[in-house]
Design a protein around this ligand. Sequence first.
Ligand SMILES: Cc1cc2nc3c(=O)[nH]c(=O)nc-3n(C[C@H](O)[C@H](O)[C@H](O)COP(=O)(O)OP(=O)(O)OC[C@H]3O[C@@H](n4cnc5c(N)ncnc54)[C@H](O)[C@@H]3O)c2cc1C
Length: 580
Amino acid sequence: MDYQAQDKDAAFLLFDVFHADESWAQIEEFSDLTPDLARAVLAESGRVASQVLAPLNEIGDTHGCEWNDGEVTTPPGFKEGFSELTQGGWLGLSGNPAFGGQGMPKSLGCLVEEMFWAANSSLYLYGTLTVGACLCLDAHGSAEQKKTYLEKLYSGEWTGAMALTEAHSGTDLGIMRTKAEPQADGSYSITGTKIFITGGEHDLADNIVHLTLARIPDGPAGSKGISLFIVPKYLPNADGSLGERNTMGSGSLEHKMGIRGSATSVINYDGAKGFLLGEEHQGLAGMFTMMNYERLSVGLQGLGSADLAYQLSARYARDRIQGRSVTGPQNPDAAADSILVHPDVRRMLLTQRAYAEGCRAFALYVGMQLDEAKYNNNERAGRISELLTPVVKAFLTDKGLDGAVMGQQVLGGHGFIKEWGLEQIVRDARIGQIYEGANGIQALDLVGRKIMRDGGGLMLELLEDMKATDVDEAYKGELIEACDRLARSTQSIVARGKNDPHLPGAVSVDYLDMVGMTMCAWVWALMASRAPDDDFGVAKKATARYFFDRLLPKTLGLERSIEAEADAVMEMPQALFSPA
Ligand SMILES: Cc1cc2nc3c(=O)[nH]c(=O)nc-3n(C[C@H](O)[C@H](O)[C@H](O)COP(=O)(O)OP(=O)(O)OC[C@H]3O[C@@H](n4cnc5c(N)ncnc54)[C@H](O)[C@@H]3O)c2cc1C
């Protein structure tokens, strides 16, 4: 599947829109990171994405993974592709330099990750789980644990997996049953079954480090009694070499709608040896380090799908001739005009593009907040990134699927046929809305926890900052209106939510959508105001105009629906949801 990395747009966002180079200059760790070096990183990651990962995307879908007596074989070429990814040091791009990471900013990392996701989401999943495991180990591991695991994970010699879900315990992790019994040597014996474990077993690396949630007997009930363990497939010897095989393994592979090159296993733990990571009973907090990273990353997966779908459908539309322009033939020598003459085809392509480019800028903004929080100890930036992480996860994955389906529509019947690639993107993009906390749960986190907790205070502050941004007059008025609209909805939810416990949950998905749209309005105003006077800038301004005229007005409807009381969703008696 042909994929063209968006390094030009990435550099425009970094340097012309968000002035990342000025922020980096304030941070000691990035003193060597010049714009030229960042451009070189983007160019090289673009090469790996388009020339190494993208050619394996369809192969991964066609072959899928194979399970044989507990061993999993990944699709042809995946080993070589993964090895290029790891040998290029890409998994350690933003990793801790003390253990072989490259210490690059998350802002740059976001743009690189989007390329890998777009080019081959199944293959990149093995990488992103590893990067997330590194973050968690770096944040919560002992010195010994960091020394044993981090270098091997950053280098991709070993990979990471995240094991939370059980058959009866998905969103509600408090009811999980996998148990961890303390042993005399300080380790724990882990017993239970996890399902849906991405990269839980495969043939791409020598060892797989499962960060596993389990319950220590006699601990508190519910989510307060869950602890986090390192459970390696092979137990490392003191010198770091591989020792004994742990008593755990893949019981089977799930048969999935998409991301078929990614091995999703049932993992059985049969008294497996595990090592506590962090404090007893603090496992969920520890796992959140990994999950917050993964949530941002899964948002980028959605963005990658949106961009790839746009690229394939725009390319198709340029060549496809069908019908005539309503103002008369545009290409009289041919049997018909390009479908690009039809307003509705343009509507679909512009919608895809407006969301893909808007979401890229939005995600980068959040990535920059993470850098500010981590390297400049900027507490407010940390809170902004926490507030917006569920929006990045859910909004970008929603737009990823929408963009893929719209791209499919641009191709007409060919969109339904495998050889054109769009149907695979639709199947692959769907999971982004479900895993890493279903999108409904992200919306609940945004509204039920974050907005209700501080009375919407941080969101209202952020909206004031956005209104005060220096942007062209052409966009200023509509941006201010959109921010005011979101501020009204925020205040209304906070006021009504205090009296009706169902209200936040009833309106949260619409609210999250409105936040995503308003963030897009802000970044589109910024992008259009900073766009150069060349074709790239003309396209930016035209797409911005489309966003403001045709997409942003959808927030009027969202405001209206948020104003409805929760009764509309709560009044139907539970029994009546059964088929009559
Ligand atoms: C391909 C794939 C890969 C995965 N990879 C991993 C992995 O690597 N590691 C791992 O641990 N897990 C993994 N998962 C599991 C995934 O994270 C869960 O499926 C997901 O979190 C949802 O849990 P569930 O399937 O049990 O759905 P449920 O929790 O049963 O939810 C069903 C529906 O109810 C809603 N719901 C549930 N509770 C509430 C609530 N309190 N308020 C409002 N709505 C609610 C949900 O939003 C959802 O729409 C993977 C799943 C798949 C399909």
